[in-house]
Ligand binder design. Structure first.
Ligand code: PGA
Length: 253
């Protein structure tokens, strides 16, 4: 049985005060949620150490996450942060290939595959984001797009790497728009992803968590989580309010 995972992606939000309040709210709410539900939070790089200290002091089951990483270990890469640096701060989950990185920062499938490998090489778990645009959905090529994004990593790193990875299906048209995919729409793509993996390795497919992301909130989380192939969520906007985030996590119980 796959346990649920709910991860907050705080994107480029928060100052030190907001971060303190948010983390304290999540720490306060954690005991109300079953231990079997995994929770992760991904602040900006700059706030990781602040969050990690608060989590360490609270000693609760909340995983430290990051929103991005660079694929090289060290060197002349101005402005970048490496996987060993994140691992040293206690990060165990790293988002890779988010559509905002693909679109706004022109990240290619090849770079995403390299980042994915660097995350795993440092004993952290990648959360690989894949998803189609509205135009692609309307053209009827959702399956093709999503599987091509997945394949880019499988080709480069093999199927076995998905033994220690999470996939997040995030339709771009649903991110930050308030327009969530219906549970049926989301389930359909999750099923396609899992079947595609099963064609290559049934054990990997059965065990891997596939999260849904895109305007998830307390009002729609439960019906999404009830779907057979939805194993939790990557939550953006709604994770910036502790009570709302905790409420989403409770729906995963
Ligand atoms: P959203 O973002 O929940 O604000 O739509 C999700 C994401 O980008 O991961």
């Amino acid at each position: 049985m796959r346990h649920k995972l709910v991860v907050g992606n705080w994107k480029m939000h928060g100052d030190r005060d907001l971060i303190n309040r948010l983390v304290e709210g999540i720490i306060d709410g954690r005991p109300q949620i079953s231990e079997t539900v995994e929770i992760g939070i991904c602040p900006t790089y700059l706030h990781i150490e602040q969050v990690a200290k608060l989590l360490l002091a609270a000693n609760l089951k909340i995983r430290m996450g990051a929103q991005n990483v660079y694929c090289e270990e060290k060197g002349a890469y101005t402005g970048e942060v490496s996987a060993p640096m994140l691992a040293q701060l206690g990060v165990s989950l790293v988002i890779v290939g988010h559509s905002e990185r693909r679109e706004l920062f022109a990240e290619s499938d090849a770079l995403i595959a390299e980042k994915f490998k660097a995350i795993q090489a440092n004993n952290m778990t990648p959360i690989l984001c894949i998803g189609e645009s509205l135009e692609q959905r309307e053209q009827g090529i959702t399956e093709e797009i999503v599987l091509a994004q997945l394949d880019a990593v499988i080709r480069e790193a093999g199927i076995d790497v998905f033994n220690n990875a999470v996939i997040a299906y995030e339709p771009i048209w649903a991110i930050g728009t308030g327009k969530t995919a219906t549970p049926d729409q989301a389930q359909e793509v999750h099923r396609i992803i899992r079947e595609y993996l099963a064609d290559q390795d049934t054990e990997v497919a059965a065990a891997i968590k596939i999260l849904y992301g895109g305007s998830v909130k307390s009002g729609n989380a439960r019906e999404l989580f009830d779907q057979a192939d939805i194993d939790g969520s990557l939550v953006g906007g709604a994770s910036l309010e502790a009570a709302e985030f905790i409420s989403i996590c409770k729906s995963a119980d």
